[in-house]
Write a protein that binds this ligand. Structure first.
Ligand SMILES: Cc1cc2nc3c(=O)[nH]c(=O)nc-3n(C[C@H](O)[C@H](O)[C@H](O)COP(=O)(O)OP(=O)(O)OC[C@H]3O[C@@H](n4cnc5c(N)ncnc54)[C@H](O)[C@@H]3O)c2cc1C
Length: 449
């Protein structure tokens, strides 16, 4: 049987960088990936400056930035209140210093590279670092001895078997991870409420930068990506999905017009270049991220809704954190189990508040009058807008700032006086939506789509 220091299952945005960083530190790494790259995946692909900074730290960002439009400014528009700003570089540097001990390579760009391009690039970087990458190889089950995972059994597409041993097996096989079931990792937190997402790509749109619009219980996003196309997305509560899907394309445009009429015109004048993609539900969880001889990174360890577009950046974070601890363990500084315990502690500390923020945002409840007064009060205060964006971009912690500083006496526009979040969803102008059936907070515990 072949023997490695580490085996990584899954070669996407968590697995490939984890394997690459370990190989660069001199470790013998096997990566098995069931697909053959390049391949696309059912995910949009906005990457915050925090995520791009990881790529830059690892020296692999140039290929992405050379081909993908990238910017510093972005717009978040909430009920017509336009907040335009960027993530302050110094806040970002501080976050890296706190988590990783230095701010090497930190940059304040964001961009949205297509996944077939990003994932393929990262897998190529893993190969270049010396990882033994085997595509078209599916992990089947762990090899366990005395209660400890010591390797894997896998198979090639033609059915031939592969068995390999390692000191550690890392599951980077995504939110539906088979490895998680096999090692029995338990959910430590589970949130049922999530969004549906419906998106495609359009050419012929002249619009720079990311623009997010939120109105009532719906949201939209648009950003430029490869080949002069734009990724265009609408989203709303999963409870609306059954209604939405009855006339999905029409509802896609109607929601865009409802949330952002000016941007909707640009999209209507563009040309859709490929089929729509959809995700109907995205329940969030956090799992035990390690056990005897195994560990989890990326979505296998914790998945959360697409609503704040943070999964890729957090996959990169996991890769850098775990590879650092494993390297120190393999170099003899700690026991492996102790290193994984450190990984868990540091990752949890970095993550727990943000996970909560995403889950609350994913409920897609209308904003309260106080929320809107707050957003209105900060819209001309650049530092406050940047602070808010930094919180959503997981640069500043979400517990400091927003909502703590509601300015009760500030001026706000007339329409906000009339705003009633409980009534607002029914103002959505589509007859095909039983909007009245979906008043705030009436989402079922489980929605089977
Ligand atoms: C609709 C939607 C929109 C999103 N939008 C964004 C966004 O804009 N920005 C953002 O940052 N995040 C976004 N995300 C989240 C992001 O897609 C994930 O967080 C990210 O892909 C996680 O990467 P991963 O490597 O952990 O898992 P995955 O990307 O799921 O990769 C798992 C890999 O493991 C392989 N694999 C699985 N099983 C096996 C097996 N048995 N053997 C071998 N290989 C296996 C798979 O082929 C795959 O390549 C979105 C998610 C969804 C659902």
């Amino acid at each position: 049987m072949e023997t490695f220091d580490v085996i990584v299952i899954g070669g996407s945005v968590s697995g490939a960088p984890t394997a690459m960083l370990l190989a660069r530190q001199g470790h013998k790494v096997l990566l098995v990936e069931k697909s053959v790259f390049p391949r696309d995946t059912n995910s949009t692909h906005f990457i915050w400056p925090r995520g791009i900074s990881y790529l830059n730290r690892w020296g692999v960002a140039d290929h992405i930035l050379d081909s993908t439009p990238h910017y510093r400014n972005m717009e978040v528009n909430i009920e017509g209140i336009s907040l335009v700003g960027s993530i302050p570089l110094e806040d970002l540097k501080q976050r890296f210093r706190k988590l990783h001990g230095d701010d090497r390579g930190v940059i304040d760009y964001y961009c949205g590279p297509r996944r077939y391009f990003l994932d393929n690039h990262l897998l190529n970087c893993a190969k270049a670092a010396g990882v033994d990458v085997r595509e078209g190889v599916t992990y089947n089950n762990p090899v366990v001895e005395n209660g400890r995972v010591v390797g894997i059994n896998a198979s090639r597409q033609n059915g031939t078997a592969i068995s390999a041993r390692a000191k550690l097996v890392i599951g980077a096989d995504g939110r539906f991870s088979r490895f998680v079931k096999d090692v029995g990792s338990k959910d430590k937190d589970f949130r049922a409420l999530s969004t549906f997402a419906y998106f495609s790509y359009f050419s012929g749109i002249d619009k720079e930068e990311l623009s997010i619009h939120k109105k009532g219980r719906f949201g939209t996003a648009i950003f430029p990506t490869l080949d002069k196309t734009h990724m265009v997305l609408v989203y709303g509560p999963t409870a609306y999905w059954e209604d939405f899907r009855k006339n999905a394309e029409q509802n896609f445009f109607d929601i865009y017009r409802f949330c952002a009429p000016d941007v909707a015109k640009l999209i209507e004048n563009g040309t859709r270049t490929e089929a729509f993609k959809a995700a109907s539900r995205m329940e969030a969880f956090q799992r035990e991220p390690h056990g005897p001889g195994w560990a989890l990174v990326g979505d296998a360890g914790s998945f959360k809704d697409q609503v704040t577009a943070m999964g890729i950046s957090h996959s990169f974070r996991d890769a850098e954190l775990i590879s650092g601890y494993i390297h120190r363990a393999l170099a003899g500084e700690f026991e492996l189990d102790e290193a994984l315990e450190q990984y868990q502690k540091v990752r949890t500390a970095d993550y727990v508040d943000y996970f909560d923020l995403v889950c609350k945002t994913a409920e897609m409840n209308g904003y309260s009058k106080d929320d809107l007064k707050y957003f209105y009060s900060i819209k001309n205060d650049q530092a406050m807008v940047d602070q808010m964006l930094s919180q959503f971009g997981d640069t500043l912690p979400p517990t400091a700032g927003v909502a703590a500083t509601l300015l009760a006496d500030s001026e706000y526009p007339g329409f906000i006086t009339d705003f009633d979040p409980a009534r607002h969803p029914s103002s959505f102008p589509l007859s095909s939506f039983g909007a009245a059936d979906h008043a705030n907070n009436d989402l079922p515990e489980e929605v089977v789509v």
